[in-house]
Design a protein around this ligand. Structure first.
Ligand SMILES: *Cc1c(COP(=O)(O)O)cnc(C)c1O
Length: 390
């Protein structure tokens, strides 16, 4: 049974800072509050757990300018997917050589724009894109993304990105022939990857492609492990050290004496735990006199930023302004006139029996993939506002 008391992960100082901000400012809800010291702490923990590994923060997880600026100041690189994300990173102090344009789906003119701003590292997974890179970003470094089986992750990436390893090998050869620098193999092991060995199969494939190309006289220097490192929502996680140890062991086992440079592109693991999303109860109701479960409607839903509740994949810890008294089971839904705007129906949440319209429900660990998913104004609801505390 999941209760509203489960989310004690934000350590006390961060909680106090966010509480102070919310209590003092009483900002309109819904809103997301990001604790910047927690972002710094998560980034530093990753850097310490994976020494020597190049960290490229995946901007889509939370594109808040202050978050990007803080990470740039800490020496992070950035994984971007569009010209606008490039502009954001550069405006916030990132150097172009720390930016990886990791989206394999790009327009030729966006490649040219990235190149004009100094970006020289790209990820690709198709012949047309490699040829476009050779033409519009001549001399740049390119990594080829391979398809991976990511079923053990909470959010498998399916088949949209990557190509078969043998095709990746061919495209790296093509890149070499077209005057690009073939840097290595990239992949994404699926988001919120809970299994510390979830990167192993893809690392094995990457090492095989790398060995094949080496034998042909095309040395590849790097492997890009993508994102996937998890954040602590309701269920306990193995410690970060377990993931670091498993990944390091996989690389040693598969690459042997030819140790590559390693890149990672964490998104969720950097920002999720820094965020509290404050919402307000709009309505509490029942569907019949015999119904034991109440329906709790919040002023945030699927279209206001909680896209990751689709399939109830991510279950946020909740905290309410009435915690402490007796609780009972609820269905939790959003405020729009869309039938899919139901957050949790299968997942068991218990909320206080005296919860009523106007009360606050805080979603914890909500710093990743919330503000970036909020629609501009579906049904006339404002996009999710973000505030930062320091
Ligand atoms: C979204 C994305 C990431 C970040 O994934 P997380 O699971 O949030 O760590 C990294 N790399 C690429 C290419 C992505 O698209």
């Amino acid at each position: 049974m999941k209760t509203s008391f489960a989310g004690q992960r934000l350590h006390n100082e961060a909680t106090a800072r966010i509480r102070r901000f919310l209590d003092h400012g009483q900002p309109a809800t819904p809103c997301l509050v990001i604790d910047l010291p927690t972002v710094r702490d998560r980034f530093t923990a990753l850097r310490d757990a994976l020494p020597g590994v190049g960290i490229f923060y995946a901007v889509k997880a939370n594109p808040e300018p202050e978050v990007v600026g803080l990470l740039a100041a800490e020496g992070s690189g950035f994984d971007v997917a569009s010209p606008r994300e490039i502009d954001l990173c550069l405006a916030r102090g990132a150097k172009p050589e720390t930016i990886s344009y990791s989206n394999p789906i790009k327009k030729a003119r966006d490649i040219a724009y990235a190149h004009s701003r100094g970006v020289r590292l790209f990820v690709s997974d198709s012949e047309q894109d490699v040829r476009a890179l050779a033409e519009h970003a001549p001399g740049s470094s390119v990594m080829l993304r391979i398809l991976v089986n990511t079923n053990s992750s909470t959010y498998p990436f399916g088949k949209k990105f990557g190509c078969a390893p043998e095709m990746a090998a061919d495209l790296l050869r093509l890149a070499h022939g077209l005057g690009l620098v073939p840097l290595g193999v990239a992949f994404h092991a699926g988001s919120q990857q809970l299994d510390p060995t979830g990167w192993d199969a893809a690392i094995a494939d990457a090492a095989e492609v790398t060995a094949k190309l080496r034998a042909e006289g095309v040395p590849l220097s790097t492997v890009n492990l993508g994102g996937g490192l998890p954040a602590g929502y309701l269920d306990p996680l193995p410690p970060l050290a377990d993931y670091a140890a498993a990944i390091t062991a996989s690389i040693a086992r598969h690459f042997g004496e030819f140790a590559p440079e390693v890149m990672i592109e964490p998104g969720r693991a950097v920002v999720a735990e820094s965020g509290v999303l404050r919402s307000e109860v709009v309505l509490v109701s029942k569907k019949s006199y015999s119904d034991e479960r109440r329906w709790v409607f919040l002023d945030i839903g699927r279209y206001g930023g909680l896209a990751e509740t689709e399939g109830e994949a991510i279950a946020y810890p909740l905290r309410t302004s009435r915690d402490g008294g007796p609780t009972g089971p609820v269905v939790i839904a959003g405020p729009t006139c869309d039938a899919d705007d139901v957050l949790y129906q299968a997942t068991c949440y218990d909320l206080p029996l005296d919860l009523q319209a106007g009360d606050h429900v805080d979603l914890l660990c909500a710093g990743a993939y919330t503000a970036s998913y909020s629609s501009v104004a579906f049904n006339g609801f404002e996009p999710l506002a973000t505030y930062c505390v320091r």
